[in-house]
Write a protein that binds this ligand. Structure first.
Ligand code: HEM
Ligand SMILES: *[C@@H]1O[C@H](CO)[C@@H](O)[C@H](O)[C@H]1NC(C)=O
Length: 324
């Protein structure tokens, strides 16, 4: 090939790869206000129900970790689809109805342009800011899946008591290293955990890796499952000190043996992870930097691009196929 032909060829490749990749401001022409609309809705919802911001963060994990950031998480059970929300791994997930609020605001402005997968990503980004976390510049252009990945949910989302080696390998499979995992788990500095994920650490014996005073407090929150008064109080806050702030209190709590889930406390017990726990506990800015990097990686896991997938009209259902 002569130089000119090579140049033209390269230019052609550039044009064609450019149309189907995630990029910053993907909607700048097709729906210029898209990102502002998401931000405004996230802010409004946060002011009415603060824990929506917490949900947007958990949604990103549960959607992106399982195969692809493709809003498969949001699909309801219907017409041969079994919702990922029915998995026991999704237990406690909440506020899904408010995704529809965000979607409606976007549909009113530019119908069937902004994907539900991008809503998952952008709402998590803006939710993090509402929770006092860093602003993370995120690309857009994800398309929505036409199927649920219910069969794979348990392969990708670890259980509350899985070993650290399993947890690390899950994250590694999507390109997130140990430091990234220690940062991302800092998401457990906000929100809550239901007692069924905790009681095995409290009864019949108290888990020796748990701070005794903290264990007593948790026992008051969470009676044994067999107890008839169980249900009275059925969850504990992930972080008692700053429950609605995405900060390094999570890592400080781990150092004080106040990790809530077994997997949380395992971070401190793992020799490859514990140096990062200590570093993040002592430096909130460093935690925020690592959290941003890792959340960005997670948000770009294997997106659907180009002509694959679709842009759903309603995040809960795949679009109807029109038969002529
Ligand atoms: C090994 C990995 C992880 C495990 C096993 C795990 C497990 C859990 C469990 C059991 C809960 C409590 C749910 C409930 O009872 O209501 C929870 C809550 C939560 N998780 Fe994770 N998680 C993991 C990683 C992550 C990551 C990477 C993020 C986000 C970046 C995240 C975000 C959240 C949030 C925000 C909540 C609070 C939800 C709420 O209050 O509604 N988690 N997680
Ligand atoms: C983890 O907890 C579940 C209950 O949530 C239990 O069925 C399972 O046996 C536990 N696994 C381990 C390894 O302890």
């Amino acid at each position: 090939m002569n130089n000119l032909a090579f140049l033209l060829f390269s230019f052609f490749l550039l044009l064609h790869s450019g149309v189907s990749e995630l990029r910053l401001n993907y909607y700048s022409e097709s729906c210029p206000r898209a990102e502002d609309i998401v931000k405004d809705e996230v802010k409004k919802l946060y002011n009415e129900h603060g824990n929506t911001a917490v949900s947007w963060l958990r949604n990103l994990f549960h959607d992106c970790m399982v195969k692809s950031c493709d809003a498969s998480l949001l699909l309801e059970t219907s017409k041969g689809i079994i919702s990922e929300k029915t998995s026991t791994r999704s237990s406690g997930m909440r506020n899904f109805k408010y995704v529809n609020t965000i979607k409606k605001a976007l549909e009113d402005e530019c119908p069937t342009i902004v994907s539900c997968a991008d809503i998952v990503a952008l709402s998590a980004r803006d939710g993090v800011v509402m929770l006092g976390g860093p602003f993370i510049s995120m690309k857009t252009g994800r398309r929505d899946s036409k199927e649920s990945h219910i069969a794979e949910v348990e392969d990708f989302i670890p259980n509350h008591n899985d070993s650290m080696s399993l947890v690390l390998s899950r994250f590694q499979s999507i390109g997130i290293d140990v430091e990234g995992v220690v940062a991302l788990m800092g998401a457990h500095s906000v929100g809550r955990t239901h007692c069924n994920n905790l009681v095995h650490r409290l009864y019949p014996e108290i888990d020796p890796t748990l701070d005794p005073d903290y264990a007593e407090y948790l026992r008051r929150r969470c009676p044994p499952l067999s107890d008839p008064v169980h249900k009275a109080v059925e969850y504990a806050r992930n972080d008692r000190e700053t429950p609605m702030v995405l900060d390094n209190m999570y890592h400080k709590n781990l150092l004080n043996h106040k990790g809530l889930l077994q997997v949380d406390q395992y971070l401190l017990l793992d020799p490859t992870a514990s140096p990062f726990v200590e570093k993040m506990a002592s430096d909130n800015a460093y935690f925020h930097d690592q959290f941003s990097k890792a959340l960005l990686l997670m948000s770009e896991n294997n997106p659907i691009i180009g002509d694959d997938g679709e842009v759903r009209k309603d995040c809960r259902f795949v679009n109807e196929v029109v038969v002529h």
